[in-house]
Design a protein around this ligand. Sequence first.
Ligand code: COA
Length: 176
Amino acid sequence: MKTAIYPGSFDPVTNGHLDIIQRASTMFDKLIVVVLINPLKTYSFSIPERVDLLSRVTAGLGNVEIDSYDGLLADYFKQHDVDVIVKGLRATSDFEYEFQMAHTNKDLNPRAETVFIPATANTTFISSSMVKQVAMFGGNLSKYVPSIIHEDISRKLKREFERKREEAAKKRGLDD
Ligand code: COA
């Protein structure tokens, strides 16, 4: 039985991630999608929120599990019965960063092999931060995230944007 993990921030999950999840789930017996932390990023959604969104959009995929981990991917790999790491590549610009991560993971755990799946052409421009910007300004998310989570993403990000605007206005008031 071959088990793969698909790690990422998923802040939030997009149609681009779902494309990789659906295709990887046909290549392996089991696919574990793991929400991890990139310490250099600030996130809009909490880990339980990101896990919930992922669980809902993958509910129809019988061999896909969702998990989260607060630590190194190489250690998650060690602690679970996993064979391979799956990552999506959208463009050559992803390559350098992904190549570095693949080598670092293998250096930390020599068993941790990474395989890359090219993103489907119509998802190559999608990213979580692009989705967040569109949602914050009330734009149409229908082409970028699965329809069952549109509402939740829009509501949460509009609220966050309003809060940031209020904080900025207050700060400007204090500075005057
Ligand atoms: N379709 C759409 N978007 C995609 C995509 C795809 N197929 N593949 C990647 N992306 C986007 C993501 O949405 C994300 O966009 P954003 O920057 O706007 O949020 C961006 O590409 C990067 O995605 P991701 O691969 O998830 O990178 P990340 O930096 O957010 O997360 C972790 C990387 C979490 C996997 C990595 O930091 C990690 O393993 N952390 C654990 C600690 C660790 O082991 N660190 C050492 C690793 S070398």
